[in-house]
Ligand binder design. Structure first.
Ligand code: ZN
Length: 338
């Protein structure tokens, strides 16, 4: 049996304008800019990472802003439709107001008993904020027994003390991702037989899976779509990454993919983690990434994201790289704002 992932590690998407991208994820959503670097395979393109204060696995959404050079993507089968962050149960009104203030159109719904706020980022990438239908802080204070679904309290996201969103309303790391596929079967088989997810619920065209870790970011949903194959480009998610505890686990997963006739590339050194990539039969690119070493290998936790960091092999070309990158001003954040 291959190892079992505890859940999501990061999500990587293609953005357009780097400025609009960072302003939204930092300024509106209140995620911390944890790493500003370049695409190691294409140093004329930025690679931005946004997450919790420390950039913990399970909290990071990362972007390649293709700027005006990039072609637009097209949503379709084989793609991530929505990336969902967990918010505290008492924060729904706060987020509804905050997003409205920033001109973001929000659709509110109920799903498996949770309140879901659905909206798009400036490039049209689908996002959700999920308030788990668990105890409110008032109920918690009253000392009721914990419930099985009471995982928000265990979320391991580290609050950003100087962020634009007050601690008590900050995003708590991923709740889940929703992948769109033509049919459940082939993708479900990889989720359950290779990654260790279990199907736990079903509602209409949606199936829910969860890892036995049962904690924050342990959920993944599949929806069936009649749409044709999506096309990768600006406004689409490039890949979804799951967490591994060690490089040895990556090797075991590579073998497990191989036994199912799938070829996986890696492990590859991504500096902040080691990664294995495989396109699952439904068309979604799956990465499995190690927990560490983490984002503090080249910057202190206090300084994360404060300057452009380059891998050693590109340091000699810093001047040329900086000159070729699109214009960009890191979002200035006044702490503890609205
Ligand atoms: Zn990745």
């Amino acid at each position: 049996m291959p190892p079992t992932t505890p859940g999501l590690h990061h999500v990587t998407a293609i953005a357009g304008d780097p400025q609009a991208n960072a302003d939204f994820y930092v300024g509106t959503l209140g995620l911390r800019f944890v790493k500003r670097t370049v695409n190691h395979d294409d140093p004329q393109t930025y690679h931005f990472y946004f997450g919790d204060y420390e950039g913990s696995p399970g909290t990071n959404v990362t972007f390649f802003p293709w700027s005006e050079r990039g072609r637009d993507g097209e949503f379709g089968a084989g793609q991530t439709r929505d990336t969902a962050y967990l918010i505290p149960p008492d924060s729904v009104d706060y987020w509804t107001d905050r997003l409205a203030d920033d001109g973001v159109a929000v659709e509110e719904s109920e799903r498996f008993g949770d309140t879901v706020l659905r909206f798009s980022d400036p490039d049209g990438i689908g996002l959700e904020l999920v308030a788990s239908a668990e105890r409110s802080s008032a109920e918690r204070a009253s000392g009721d027994e914990p419930r099985a679904s009471d995982h928000a309290a265990d979320a391991d996201a580290v609050p950003w003390p100087d962020g634009p969103v007050p601690d008590e309303h900050q995003l708590r790391g991923f709740h889940s991702v929703t992948l769109a596929v033509r049919e459940f079967g082939p993708t479900e088989e990889i989720l359950t037989d290779v990654l260790g997810y279990e199907r736990v619920a079903e509602d209409g065209d949606r199936r829910r899976y969860q890892t036995p870790a049962d904690g924050a970011h342990s959920i993944l949903d599949l929806v069936e779509t009649d749409a044709g194959r999506g096309r990768m480009g600006v406004g689409t998610v490039h890949h979804v990454a799951f967490t591994a505890e060690s490089v040895d686990e990556l090797e075991a997963w590579k073998e497990a993919y191989g036994e199912r006739g799938l070829s996986a590339s890696g492990p590859i050194d991504r500096k902040y983690f080691r990664s294995l990539y495989c396109r699952e039969p439904g068309g979604v690119l799956f990465e499995i990434a190690t927990d560490g070493p983490g984002f503090d290998v080249d910057e202190s936790v206090e300084d994360l994201g404060s300057s452009l960091v380059l891998p050693e092999w590109l340091e000699d070309e810093r001047a040329e790289i900086e000159a070729a990158l699109p214009e960009f001003e890191p979002p200035s954040v006044a702490g503890g704002a609205r």
